[in-house]
Design a protein around this ligand. Structure first.
Ligand SMILES: NC(=O)c1ccc[n+]([C@@H]2O[C@H](COP(=O)([O-])OP(=O)(O)OC[C@H]3O[C@@H](n4cnc5c(N)ncnc54)[C@H](OP(=O)(O)O)[C@@H]3O)[C@@H](O)[C@H]2O)c1
Length: 367
């Protein structure tokens, strides 16, 4: 814990002198600010409703162990769907029992580190993607799990892990090619707007769905070839009329009737990647009784494939490096939703906002 002086305790070996100075500066800063504890958001119980499941708790600082960084989170990415499902106990591959920490990706600054950490300095900007590491003011993390960034900006949250998910889903699961027709649903969202650009960069004709003119403007800027505002146009009609040969690759985020329409409009040997089903997250899952979809798939030799990033971990590092490179060389535009959410207290509203479908780009909370 950072009680007065605890972090300033000296390490005597001369090679640690610089580190000591840095640690002391950081610890003194925290102490002079009288910061002895910080806030985080936890799930205190499983509940259908995110707001009823969560609680803000104040916890004391703990010192970084030898290989750890203490990071002050500046921004955290909001994953309203995952957060809600987690708090309902509906994420089978983790199956967490409350209380558990929430949030995943964060961008912040290194404020202290253990004596074995060599590759970081106090003040370095870093991105982290550890489950439980996002919705908190500070986090301790193994230095190997933090990625250095040029600056601590919220834009980075569109890339890790959101953008990586888009890349891996398209390439590894969707077997993305060139000169095909690719459809992205929820195209102006955090994940979708990166998927649109990656599909364009690969040389495809890209269709994107969205629900407002502001979102359509963003998609136009990103080079989307056919924008379908599903509030003013009928998705099924447009696809049937304008794409009679069907869609080769579908990056499907929405679920329910949108999923059914997508399956119905797959091309011969088309691939639909189930990236999510956000239309079901805010409510109980819909129970359906309808013909089995193998009738629709078989005659076209089409396929529906599930995607879940944690099952494709081996592609993360390469995907991250490629996306950061595209971003830093201005080949990839990123959109952060302009609505401001400030502090741990604002996270439940940010989750609700995302699930209401209003956002354009990645939803971010600032600390
Ligand atoms: N499988 C994975 O590993 C993985 C990883 C990351 C994200 N995802 C999935 O990717 C999808 C997008 O996630 P995100 O966090 O980036 O969110 P997001 O796309 O930034 O926001 C959600 C968007 O979904 C659209 N939407 C369409 N119908 C909706 C409905 N009935 N209710 C609410 N929203 C609706 C809304 O835009 P429009 O109405 O304009 O379409 C809304 O802005 C989610 O399904 C998420 O679970 C999956």
């Amino acid at each position: 814990m950072i009680v007065d002086g605890a972090l300033t305790e000296s390490i005597t070996h001369p090679t640690f002198e610089i580190l000591n100075v840095a640690l002391n500066v950081c610890a003194n800063l925290l102490i002079s600010m009288n910061v002895k504890s910080y806030k985080k958001l936890i799930a205190k119980q499983l509940n259908q409703d995110f707001k009823s499941a969560v609680e803000i708790v104040e916890i004391p600082f703990t010192q970084p162990t030898a290989n750890e960084l203490l990071i002050q989170n500046k921004f955290a990415g909001v994953n309203g769907g995952f957060d809600t499902l987690l708090c309902r106990g509906d994420v089978p591959y983790v199956n967490l029992i409350p209380p558990f920490d929430l949030g995943v990706e964060a961008v912040g600054k290194v404020v202290a580190m253990g004596e074995n950490v060599k590759n970081f300095q106090i003040g370095d900007a870093v991105i982290t993607t550890a489950r439980g590491g996002g919705y908190r003011e500070y986090q301790l993390i193994d230095a190997n799990l933090a990625v250095k960034a040029q600056e601590a900006t919220p834009e980075l949250l569109t890339l890790m892990p959101t953008g990586i998910s888009a890349l891996v889903a398209l390439e590894q699961v969707g077997e993305m090619k060139s000169n095909e027709v690719v459809l992205v649903t929820a195209a102006a969202g955090g994940t979708g707007h990166i998927a649109v650009q990656l599909a364009k960069l690969a040389g495809n004709h890209v269709i994107g769905t969205c629900s407002s003119e502001a979102k359509a403007d963003l998609l136009r800027e990103l080079g989307c070839d056919r924008i379908i505002n599903y509030r003013t146009e009928n998705l099924n009609q447009v696809l049937k009329q304008e794409y009679p040969n069907g869609i080769n690759l579908i990056f499907e985020c929405v679920g329910k009737a949108v999923f059914d329409t997508c399956v119905d409009n797959l091309a011969v040997r088309g691939r639909l990647v189930v990236v999510g089903f956000i239309s079901e997250y805010a409510k109980e899952l819909e129970q359906i009784t309808q013909p089995r979809i193998y009738h629709q798939l078989f005659w076209k030799a089409a396929s529906v494939r599930g995607f879940l990033m944690p099952h494709y971990k081996e592609y993360m590092a390469e995907g991250r490096d490629r996306l950061l490179n595209l971003f830093y060389t201005d080949k990839l535009k990123v959109a952060v939703d302009p609505k401001q959410f400030q502090g741990i207290e604002s996270i439940p509203n940010a989750v609700e906002y995302l699930l209401s479908g209003q956002n354009c780009g990645k939803v971010v909370v600032r600390f």
